[in-house]
Design a protein around this ligand. Structure first.
Ligand SMILES: [Zn+2]
Length: 50
């Protein structure tokens, strides 16, 4: 799972679909452009697809 931190309440938001639209359900805000906390995970997923 990829983790982002909500810019409104600072709570963690988790998703497996980090490439698409990311709406935090609790606050209803668009977090698509918020940077991912664990970029190492994305590198790992990308390398596994090859
Ligand atoms: Zn929030």
């Amino acid at each position: 799972m990829v983790e982002k931190t909500c810019t409104e309440c600072n709570k963690p938001s988790y998703s497996s679909n980090y490439q698409g639209e990311w709406i935090f359900p609790y606050c209803g805000i668009d977090m698509t452009k918020v940077p991912v906390n664990n970029e190492a995970y994305i590198d790992q997923v990308a390398s596994n697809k090859e």
